[in-house]
Design a protein around this ligand. Structure first.
Ligand SMILES: [Zn+2]
Ligand SMILES: [Zn+2]
Length: 328
């Protein structure tokens, strides 16, 4: 099917190589000669051994084991630190015409040759870049835009972050998007549109008092779904974030002083419909006993092992506890 077979470049990503093969053989997309699950597995870094064997019948180098191997886990949110969407240095691409494997790893924020930020979206139209052969020319993959992708210098504070800190910033950004997060999502890999702004947003939260204060205000606000609850539930999202950070940040100090300051809490109607947390959070972060949980969920007590991320709705436990405290 493929008559022209250029060599794969040593540091080239498999997705980039398949895009290049497509162009060299007169196709406009890998989907014209690969099935959708295969191409999706290559871009998402979930390619199985069987798929790799199938692919190697068309592309011999696909069996090479040098592809994105799973690094140690850095984030509670995902196992694999490689993005499923492309990130590129437009200057390198213009000069060389291929995409490097290392650009997919979120531990690399900038191009080591050009010092500019790796782009995952177009500055001109704002669209996220997709896996298209247009990338190989450094062109925006939005067909209505097609502008050259432009990069910009990266702030030194952010550029110096290590992978664990980068993962912390992504975690923090979740809480900016939804302050009332009580269960962390679990993904295979980081999947954010506009990675660089998301990172910066998380960084500002973890390192600046101003964003932290706004967050506390939102948790304490009357429109919070938890506004009627005792403070350990009302401010639980903050505890959840702090307990899952890898590194020490200024926000950790804010948290310490928060714990030392009694919060003003309203107590008119302490009743809640739903409060979903993991089994692990209920026990370790909220001090709920196994006995209380098994009383409400007898089916759990029959289980030999309860997965730590088993989700439970503890509303009944909260309502019962707050009433009994009020009665005392
Ligand atoms: Zn570069
Ligand atoms: Zn564009």
């Amino acid at each position: 099917m493929l008559s022209v077979m250029p060599k794969r470049i040593a540091d080239e990503s498999l997705a980039s190589y398949l895009l290049r093969l497509s162009l060299r053989n007169g196709f406009t997309s890998p989907l014209e000669w690969l099935d959708k699950p295969m191409w999706s597995a290559v871009t998402k870094n979930t390619i199985s051994i069987k798929q790799r064997q199938l692919l190697s019948e068309l592309v011999p180098c696909a069996m090479s084991t040098s592809d994105l191997s799973l690094a140690p886990k850095h984030s509670i949110l995902f196992l694999d630190c490689h993005t499923d969407m492309p990130r590129i240095c437009p200057y390198c691409v213009k000069g060389k015409g291929y995409l490097k494997e290392k650009w997919r790893n979120i531990g690399n924020l900038s191009c080591e040759l050009h010092g500019c930020v790796l782009c995952d979206s177009c500055q001109e139209c704002g669209e996220q870049l997709i896996w298209s052969p247009l990338l190989l020319q450094g062109t925006c993959t939005n067909e209505l835009c097609l502008c050259p992708i432009k990069s910009y210098p990266i702030s030194s504070q952010i550029n110096e972050l290590f992978i664990d800190e980068i993962c912390d910033c992504l975690l923090a950004s979740l809480f900016i998007q939804n302050p009332y997060t009580t269960v962390l999502p679990i993904y295979h890999h980081p999947s954010v549109s506009d990675f660089n702004s998301t990172l910066e947003q998380g960084f500002n939260f973890l390192s600046g008092k101003e964003v932290y204060d706004q967050f506390i205000e939102r948790l304490g606000d009357a429109i919070s779904p938890f506004s009627q609850l005792p403070e350990k539930f009302q401010f639980f999202p903050l505890t959840l974030l702090i307990r899952h950070l890898n590194a020490a940040w200024p926000i950790n100090n804010c948290y310490v002083s928060f714990l030392q300051t009694p919060q003003v809490s309203s107590s008119s109607n302490r009743h809640i419909e739903s409060f979903i947390v993991t089994f692990d959070s209920a026990i370790k972060l909220l001090g709920i006993t196994k006995k209380q949980i098994f009383h409400t969920f007898p089916e759990l007590s029959a289980k030999k092992v309860i997965p730590q991320n088993q989700q439970i709705d503890i509303a009944a436990i909260i309502n019962r506890t707050t009433i009994s405290v009020a009665d005392m």
